[in-house]
Structure formats: C-alpha cells, structure tokens
Write a protein that binds this ligand. Structure first.
Ligand SMILES: [Fe+2]
Length: 220
C-alpha cells in the first residue's frame, strides 16, 4: 500500500474511535475506557511509524517539508504526553473527558495539516513506486512499533528506532501477558463456578443422607 494511503487509513480509524467516544454517554465509563485504550494503541503505533520511517524519508526527499515535519514532531510529543496520562486513568475522573477532548482537538488539527499541506507536497515529489516502497517499510515498522505512548523517548532516528523496537517488544509482551492473565482469570472463575455447582449438588444430596455432610465438614 502506498505510504500516504496507509496514513490516511490510520487517520480514518482514529476519527471513527473519536466519534465513538463522543457518542458514549456520560455514564458509559466501561465503553469510554475501552475506546481510549484503542485510541492509545492506534495513535502510539501511528506516531512511531511516522517518526521512524515517514518523516525521516520525506525530510530527505522533499525540500520544503522541514518546518512541517518539525511541527509534526512537536504535535506528536504533546499528544504522547496526553496519551500517557490517559493510560490507566480512571474514566470516572473529573479530568478524563476534558483530557480526551483536548487530545481529539490536537489530533484533528495535526491530521488536517498533514492531509492538506504535507501529503500533497510529498505526492508532488515522490513517484508512485517510491511511495509504495515507503509504505512497505512502514508496514514492517508497524508490526514491531510501540503500542503505548513513550513521550520521554527520542522521536528521531537512530534513537527512536533502537528505543522503539525495544519499547514495542515490551508493550507487546505486556499485552500478551494481560491477555494470558485475563484468560487464566476467566478459566479460574469458570472452574470455581463449576466446583461450586458440584459442591452445592453434593451438599444437597449429602444433606438428604445426613451422614456424609458431617464427615466432609469435619475434614475441613
Ligand atoms: Fe502524525
């Protein structure tokens, strides 16, 4: 996929999540937390891919893109700080909605600048083949990119590539760990439920016989 098409598709995904957040009612805390978790993941990966591959490439290739890229890096920086504050924040906190609102304003402004000013400049200079090659590199970067915000880490090569791969591996390991814990917990709950049902069943049958109940309770 060509690099710009890929970034625009990311922008659409994020905008859909923003709309979902805006539609969620005040009391829909679980939904808001889930949407914000998805926003954090999408934006963290998207920012890393732009910073590791797209921005350095266009700084090289496009003569007058320098100022826009530098501005974009600063915008990403602010967005990552807000994301890091939202990460793990109680959705019932009085500052939660306000923080998401400011995040959305920042991202929408950033997306508008990229789509209206930066991308057309890039399309003028880079041919279709170059944009497809760039897209392929971005696709590779996407698979190992950090899934959580790391505002203190370098955002330019080579620091962001080395740090990004390490952070990406840690973030992904954490996600796998979280899933494993969730699965184990739900398996545990299920097993506990079944055990309870069996015990209750046995208890009622032993109560009828009278003697086995006393014997099992004395074993503790
Ligand atoms: Fe961006």
């Amino acid at each position: 996929m060509d690099a710009i098409t890929m970034l625009k598709a990311d922008h659409k995904t994020v905008e859909k999540l923003f709309k979902r957040f805006e539609k969620a009612g005040d009391g829909a805390l679980k939904e808001k937390r889930a949407v914000v978790d998805e926003i954090i993941r999408e934006l963290s990966v998207h920012a890393a891919v732009e910073e590791q591959v797209f921005y350095p490439a266009i700084r090289e290739a496009v003569d007058d893109a320098e100022d826009e890229v530098l501005e974009s890096l600063e915008e990403h920086h602010i967005v990552k700080w807000v994301l890091s504050e939202l990460d793990g924040m109680d959705p019932g906190h009085e500052r939660f909605d306000a923080k998401v609102t400011v995040l959305m304003e920042n991202v929408r402004h950033h997306v508008e600048e990229e789509e209206q000013d930066l991308f057309p400049k890039v399309r003028e200079v880079l041919k279709r083949k170059a944009l497809t090659d760039l897209g392929e590199s971005m696709d590779v970067a996407k698979r190992v990119a950090p899934t959580r915000p790391h505002p203190r880490q370098p955002d330019e090569p080579p620091g962001n590539i080395v740090g990004g791969v390490a952070a990406g591996a840690l973030d992904r390991a954490r996600e796998v760990g979280k899933e494993a814990v969730a699965k184990a917990t739900s398996r545990g709950r299920k097993a506990a439920g079944q055990a309870k049902a069996t015990t209750t069943g046995r208890a009622s049958s032993t109560t009828r016989s009278g003697t086995r109940k006393r014997a099992s309770s004395s074993r503790g």
